[in-house]
Design a binder for this molecule. Sequence first.
Ligand code: GTP
Length: 377
Amino acid sequence: MSTEQSDGVPITLISGPLGAGKTTLVNRLLSDPGDRRIAVIVNDMGEINVDAELLADQGEEGIVDLSNGCICCRLQDDLVTEITRLADEREFDYLVVEASGISEPIPIARTLTVGTDETSLPERFALDTTVSVVDAYGFWKAFDPEESLPDAAPDPQRPLTEVMVDQIEFCDVLLLNKCDMVPDDELDAVEAAIRELQPRAEIRRTTYSEVDPGAVLGTGRFDFETARRRQGWKETLAGADSDDSGHEHAGGDDHHGHPAGLSAAEAHGVDSVVYRSAEPFHPDRFDAWLDDWDGDVVRAKGFVWVASRPDTVLGVSQAGPAVQAGPIGEWGDDDPSTRFVVIGRELDGVAAELDDCLARDGEEIPSADADPFPRDS
Ligand SMILES: Nc1nc2c(ncn2[C@@H]2O[C@H](COP(=O)(O)OP(=O)(O)OP(=O)(O)O)[C@@H](O)[C@H]2O)c(=O)[nH]1
C-alpha cells in the first residue's frame, strides 16, 4: 500500500449538518481521484444507508456502509473495526470517512487519532484533514426559533443547532456549500458569522461541493490539540482578557484580530460581544436571560459568577436554543468574575440585558440548592 505521507494512510473526515452536501462531496472525490485509490466509510443514522447506496450506484468499490447508529457515539468501535478490515481486504491509499449529519466531529477525530477503550486504529493510518460542509442556505434557519428542525438528534438534549456549531468550530477546511441558493451579500453575512465561530479554518464557497480534491485530501492540516483550541469563543475571550477595552462590553474593537474600524463581521451585522463583570448575576434573572433566546445569538459561552454560588465557577455554553450551565470548578485564589462571549446578530442591547441580570443590593438570593443550575437546555 502506498501512502501520501510517511506516517500512514491519510484520512479525511467529512462532517456537517444533515443535507449540507457531504455525499455530494464524496461523490466528487470518487469521480476525480487523480492518482489516489480512495476507500470510503459512510455513516448514516437510519437502518438504510441512503448515502452508501447513492455512492454504490456509481459502481465504486471500497465503500463501507456503517448504518443505524452514529460513529461519534454508538459505532465508535465499529468504525475502527471496519477501517482495520478494509485495510486487510483492499488496496487503497486514501480513506474518506463521511460522518452522519448528527455526528459530533471531536469524538470521531479522537477515535481516528487514539482509538477507543476497546480498539485502536492501526498505526498505518493518520487523520490528515477534517472538513465540515455547511449549507449556506440553511445556516440562519438553524438559528431561527420559528423554524422547526428535523427531530433526528440521537440525544434529545442536544439539538442539531448545537451539533452544527460543533461541526463548524472543529474543522480544518470548511465548505460553505449551496452558494447557488444564496445572494452574495447574504453569503458574506453567513461567512462572517462562521468566521466568528471558526477563526482559522480555510473557508471555501462551493456549489454542489465542487472543490479541488487537493483542498480536502492530503492537506496535512489536522492537529488534534490545535483543532481543540481553535474554537472561536476561546480566542475571543483570550483576546478580550489581554486587552483593556472595558468592563462590560469589549465587542466592536479589534480584540478578535480584525483591523481597527469596521470588521467584516460587523459590516454584515454579525459581532461578538465579551461581557465582563466583577459583580455576580442573580441566578434566576441570568437563567431567564438564557431562556429568552430570540434567534440572534448563535453562540454564547464562558465563565459565570452567580450570587447563589459564591465559590463556584459556572460554565455556560449556549448554541442556538440549547443551553448547558453548571459548576466546572472553584474560583480558588482568583477573584470571582464573569467572562462571557456572545456571538450573533443585533447584539447592541446584550450588555445592558446582562447588566440587568446582576444581583442588586439587598436583593434576596436563592441558595445553591434552590437555584436553576446545573441546567441542560
Ligand atoms: N442547490 C444545491 N443543491 C445541493 C448542493 N449541494 C448538494 N445539493 C443537494 O442537496 C441534497 C443533499 O445533498 P447531500 O450531498 O446528500 O447531503 P449530505 O450532507 O450528504 O446529507 P445527509 O447525508 O442527509 O446528512 C441533494 O439533493 C444534493 O443534490 C448545492 O450546492 N446547491
